[in-house]
Design a protein around this ligand. Sequence first.
Ligand code: TXA
Ligand code: MG
Length: 310
Amino acid sequence: MTKISPYGAASLREAAMLIRAGEPVAVPTETVYGLAADATDDRAVAAIFAAKGRPSFNPLIVHVADLAMAQSLAALNPVALLLADRFWPGPLTMILPVRRDSGLSPQIMAGLPTVALRLPAHPAMRALIRESGRPLAAPSANRSGSISPTRAEHVLASLDGRIRMILDEGPTSEGLESTIVAPEDTQIRVLRPGPITTAMLEQAAGLPVIVGAPVGRVEAPGQLESHYAPSKPVRLDALTAAKDEYLIGFGLMPCHANLSPDADLREAAAQLFAALHQADASAAARIAIAPIPSEGLGAAINDRLRRAAA
Ligand code: TXA
Ligand code: MG
């Protein structure tokens, strides 16, 4: 029922036709596979929520082909323009005041006065936006709350029968969802840590970078405590496996799967969700994960691990 098609000219045309017909299609980005649909079409956007079983209070990220498309949807202040210049195309999402004349389906914003915009680097996603001629709403292509997909097989395992087509272009390079920031006039707030690290943001903007929402406000509603969750209990900071555990290692250590024997954080980020999918599918009753250093990209990895264990 759900078809996996290798990415190419013919499959791209077919995917763009489905998008124009108001259907969601799974497509790779450099972070994770997304479930993309026309962000200006109410029924197409509703179909994303339905396929994922996503709560309607959780707003979606809109993917654009270029800066002009971004500016037709939202207002970019000087800090946003600077970040766009430095990090787009790439794994950075910005929360921006939505324009009155954006034409976006209101479900995208879920009642917020802002919209999340990202200009992705992956050729397949960029080609699909251009070919369909629409801004594309795309959450991660998995059932709501479960592990994000970094390969076409992960999408199939989660959404088989719920969508018509998956464009397959192999494993994604970053492996973690985009960094989400709110660019303010004098500071940058990070709402979801990701591949663009705090240090990279600080260096690019020369502004203070604050991690997390102000107390009492949920700024990225999807940052629910339990998320990216395997179906089995997860134990963090594990150095050895109990008898019933599947141990995911980091650095040289005895384990069932290793995120990076060389203790390289980029490699670990790229491998993380595949390792969790594999551990979930294994015969072991529980999952254990080695400690990961928290500096740099480690902050984003540990954010996902905490939610997987919550
Ligand atoms: O890397 C990514 O960002 C991937 C790929 C497919 O682009 N997409 C992704 O989407 O991770 P999703 O829906 O799984 O996560 C989007 C997050 C959610 O936590 C949502 O609550 C938050 O962005 N979000 C969306 N619009 C927002 C807004 N206006 N204000 C605050 N948070 C927002
Ligand atoms: Mg997600």
